[in-house]
Design a protein around this ligand. Structure first.
Ligand code: HEC
Length: 141
């Protein structure tokens, strides 16, 4: 019995020692696909195909294909308010996604641009570009 307890104790000690050796996980870079599934797929669907009359398809969207990421960033941060007349074509509104951090918006925009743009993959969206979009008034389009 004592041997058993001792064995248990040493097991415990060993596992504590092990967990102490595990590296402290670094703050992971935001994952664009995970963020897309969490913040966009409810409306635009997991494949970005949208829902007729309710939410547009993101595939080949001009907002996403535009080499200048500013209009897309503004749309992500402010939602339907940015679309003006274009918004009337769909019954739903796009909610502003301004709860996302600059790093999350950058990862998300980079993800949708490489996945849904009509042309070849656009360059990754930088943090500074998101900060600019957040600071600026709504862009005319
Ligand atoms: C609450 C539902 C909803 C959510 C969540 C949502 N959208 Fe939208 N989105 C819409 C609707 C509806 C429109 C059409 C605009 C309108 O009618 O107001 C739209 C329009 C767009 C467009 C323009 C498409 C085009 O070419 O006309 C893009 C790009 C877009 N959304 C990207 C995103 C991204 C990226 C996310 C996640 C960060 C997101 N949306 C989250 C509902 C949503």
């Amino acid at each position: 019995m004592t041997g058993c307890i001792l064995a248990l104790l040493s097991l415990l000690a060993a596992s504590t020692a092990c967990s102490r050796q595990e590296p402290v996980p670094a703050d992971p870079a935001p994952d664009g696909l995970v963020l897309f599934n969490q913040n966009c797929a409810t409306c635009h669907m997991a494949d970005g195909g949208g829902v007729p009359n309710l939410q547009p398809s993101l595939q080949d969207s001009g907002w996403i294909s535009n080499p200048d990421p500013q209009p897309l960033l503004s749309l992500i941060l402010r939602g339907s308010a940015v679309l003006g007349e274009g918004a009337k074509a769909y019954e739903n509104d796009m909610a502003p996604q301004d709860h996302l951090t600059d790093a999350e918006v950058a990862a998300l925009a980079t993800h949708v641009r490489s996945r849904f743009a009509a042309g070849p993959a656009a360059k990754p969206v930088a943090l500074a570009e998101v900060a600019l979009a957040r600071a600026r008034p709504v862009l005319p389009h």
